[in-house]
Design a protein around this ligand. Structure first.
Ligand code: AFD
Ligand code: MN
Ligand code: MN
Length: 424
């Protein structure tokens, strides 16, 4: 479904007085408010095609109704998100779940919705119908060369689809690992993975990147062949300049200092980008900012500082994407909330008084350094994010607008109550 712009404008109009008061309140406090607004308004976060349906666990899946039944409908859903928040102008596809039968038509539909295609993702963590060899014991790291070859060819095919859609990156997440001690020779598994990735790397167009994602456990519970950022960094370094390390926030053991990882990867020019989500226990894939928004802010603080140090463009020099799977929420509401949480953390990071922080660090003034960070974190920046959205033609309150416009009800009417989107 297409959202008519005047319906969003009408809702904004109803809220405009209240918004104006809040915005003016904070605007007078910030000396570079226009610069902050400008940065916020060009900042976009990609939506993964697999987050548009309700997720599940191994115990069950409870579909919410009106889920997209095809790639076309997934694109329409991202179009809805983007029309409301003007901050989600791309979609990331997962092959073979989202094979575009007619790339030209798919591209045209995306363009109609103001969207383009972010990284394409390969899938060698599941066996597909009619697949010759099984990935039960892994893919790119497999002991059998024939299985590795099949997985390499799949990745090269994914690049082919991505080229048709003007994607610029291949995102690789492997579930390869082992469940029991002794099952695997770690060195050989790593070497096989490297050699397989080298073949995929050789098939990358010049202006493409390959993003190597890591994850400590699940579905394997003893070892994962690309288990942490060190292993991913080792691979991406050996592969070459077109390979980088992708950070998925949920792919860390509890207590890991993710902001420090981010800082060092950025320093080395090896940070591919993000899969945003939040978690309490593991790879929970919860809504961004729902559990630990302070950590999200600290990550953005390192990002802003590190990118500025290298003269990088915040909006375009790395990949920004959500990777979530919500089991009980309306997926579109969850994604709108996630994008808002990201923009709030980014806005807060832009408010950090950098010169004062550097001085405090150089004086070992620990208390002051904390004050400076928390001063920014405790600022209510929601009206800045709303103002940026308003200036872009989006809604002041995207989730409120989604509800008031009864979008899910429309989708259910159009698609039915018992639809299930492809994905996990
Ligand atoms: C996994 C990974 C990865 C992958 C996705 C598939 O985070 O990014 O593509 O889920 O649904 O947990
Ligand atoms: Mn991920
Ligand atoms: Mn994950």
């Amino acid at each position: 479904m297409q959202i008519e712009k005047y319906t969003v404008d009408e809702l904004n109009h109803q809220q405009s007085k209240k918004h104006q008061l809040r915005f003016e309140g904070i605007a007078t406090d910030i000396n570079n408010v226009e610069e902050v607004l400008q940065k916020l308004s060009v900042f976009n976060i990609a939506i993964p095609s697999w987050a548009l349906g309700t997720g599940g666990t191994r115990f069950g899946r409870f579909s919410g109704g009106g889920e997209p039944r095809s790639l076309e409908e997934k694109i329409e859903d991202v179009g809805v998100i983007h029309a409301l928040n003007k901050s989600s102008n791309s979609i990331s596809l997962h092959i073979p779940w989202d094979i575009p039968d007619n790339a030209a038509a798919i591209k045209a539909l995306a363009a109609q919705n103001g969207l383009h295609f972010d990284a394409v993702n390969s899938n060698t963590f599941q066996d597909q119908k009619d697949q010759k060899l099984s990935y039960k014991f892994g893919s790119l790291h497999h002991v059998d060369k024939a299985v590795r070859k099949q997985a390499i060819e799949h990745n090269i095919e994914v690049i082919k689809y991505g080229k048709q859609l003007d994607s610029k990156a291949l995102s690789v997440w492997l579930s390869d690992g082992s469940n029991f001690p002794g099952q695997l020779n770690f060195r050989k598994a790593f070497q096989n993975t490297l050699e397989s990735l080298q073949e995929i790397y050789a098939a990358l167009p010049d202006d493409w990147k390959v993003w190597v994602e890591y994850k400590p456990y699940e579905p394997n519970f003893y070892s994962t062949t690309i288990g942490d950022w060190g292993q991913s960094y080792l691979l991406s370094s050996k592969l070459g300049p077109k390979a980088q390390t992708l950070v998925d926030l949920g792919h860390h053991l509890q207590g890991t200092n993710i902001e420090q990882i981010v800082s060092l990867l950025l320093m080395e020019g090896k940070l591919a980008g993000f899969h945003f989500n939040d978690s309490k226990y593991g790879d929970d894939d919860l809504t961004v900012g729902s559990i630990n928004p302070y950590q999200l802010f600290l990550i953005f603080n390192e990002l802003v500082e590190g990118m500025d140090a290298r003269g990088m463009d915040h909006a375009t020099s790395i990949g920004w994407m959500i990777d979530a799977s919500h089991n009980v929420k309306d997926p579109i509401e969850d994604l709108l909330q996630s994008v808002q949480a990201i923009k709030i953390a980014y806005a807060q990071a832009l408010l950090v008084d950098k010169a004062a922080l550097v001085a405090a660090q150089n004086n070992n003034d620990v208390a002051l350094a904390q004050e400076i960070l928390q001063q920014a974190y405790r600022t209510d920046v929601r009206s800045l994010v709303s103002e940026a959205s308003l200036r872009n033609g989006g809604a002041l309150d995207p989730i409120g607008a989604y509800r008031k416009l009864n979008i899910r009800e429309h989708l259910i009417k159009e698609r039915g109550l018992k639809t299930v989107a492809t994905g996990l």
